[in-house]
Design a binder for this molecule. Structure first.
Ligand SMILES: NC(=O)c1ccc[n+]([C@@H]2O[C@H](COP(=O)([O-])OP(=O)(O)OC[C@H]3O[C@@H](n4cnc5c(N)ncnc54)[C@H](OP(=O)(O)O)[C@@H]3O)[C@@H](O)[C@H]2O)c1
Length: 237
């Protein structure tokens, strides 16, 4: 068990759903956390957590699909942290009810910008901090829906395309970062009760995030962008 991996952590899309639960659990471990979200002033749950953990939670503005926002955010993080031990690329979007014949290219572009481009660009911007981290890790939150081998019908196409691209981005991150000892894990959280997952999902955010953090703690060596489920079983590309 290597709990040092979460000493200084950063979570994107941290104001609700899985992101908020990552922040809760990382704080409960005693770490310092940067929570990126689009609107800190309206992020009531994060503001309450910040008040309950003085000096340990920094809530910063981050729109992951904006170059300017990512760069400003990375500069603010560098002012707060000397090094970064865990970066959780969690922010994501899913366009529902898409039909072939009525696809909207702008929705596809926005989804790619958010789910695929942003994690890679954020890792690039924060690489110098990760290089100064202790047992540094990047955790990309993907989805089993990003498995090309398992694509069994025409539903949620833009989301699937974006997560398949994220899976490749994770492998590219690993090629760039593994030589500096930075591990990269790309994992599916399972089907989880959040705004995105809906009320029928079998898993609570608590269970999902606990298993993902366990994965970060326990995967041996320097992970090279493997595509895994939350228990560490490989998923087919
Ligand atoms: N729930 C599931 O069953 C499930 C399954 C597989 C994978 N996932 C993945 O898990 C991750 C978290 O999902 P979730 O279920 O927690 O979803 P969620 O409840 O819909 O939350 C999505 C989060 O991402 C943020 N976000 C979206 N676009 C953003 C942008 N451009 N800039 C900054 N933040 C942005 C949202 O912020 P706002 O509040 O500002 O919109 C929100 O905080 C996603 O990557 C998702 O694809 C979820």
């Amino acid at each position: 068990m290597h709990k040092t991996s979460s000493h200084r952590a950063l979570v994107t899309g941290a104001n609700r759903g899985l992101g908020l639960e990552f922040v809760r659990q990382l704080l409960a471990r005693g770490g310092r956390v940067v929570a990126g979200c689009r609107s800190p002033a309206g992020a009531d749950a994060l503001q309450s957590l910040a008040a309950a953990h003085p000096g340990r939670l920094h809530v910063l503005t981050l729109s992951v699909d904006s170059d300017a926002s990512r760069l400003a955010f990375a500069r603010e993080v560098a002012d707060l942290f000397e090094g970064l031990d865990l970066l959780v690329n969690n922010a994501g979007m899913l366009a529902s009810r898409e039909q072939f014949g009525e696809l909207d290219g702008q929705v596809l572009e926005k989804t790619l910008a958010t789910n695929t481009v942003a994690p890679l660009m954020l890792v690039q911007a924060l690489a110098p901090l990760l290089q100064r981290g202790a047992r540094p890790r990047v955790l990309n939150i993907s989805s089993a829906l990003g498995s090309i081998a398992r694509a069994d019908g025409f539903y949620t196409p833009t989301y699937r395309i974006s997560k398949a691209g994220l899976n490749m981005a994770g492998v590219m991150m690993a090629h760039a970062l593994n030589p500096s000892g930075i591990g990269v894990i790309t994992a599916s959280p399972g089907w989880v009760k959040t705004d995105m997952g809906g009320g029928d999902a079998p898993l609570s955010p608590d269970e999902s995030v606990a298993s993902l953090l366990r994965l970060v703690d326990e995967l041996p060596g320097v992970p090279a962008g493997e595509f895994l489920d939350r228990t560490g079983e490989p998923l087919p590309w």
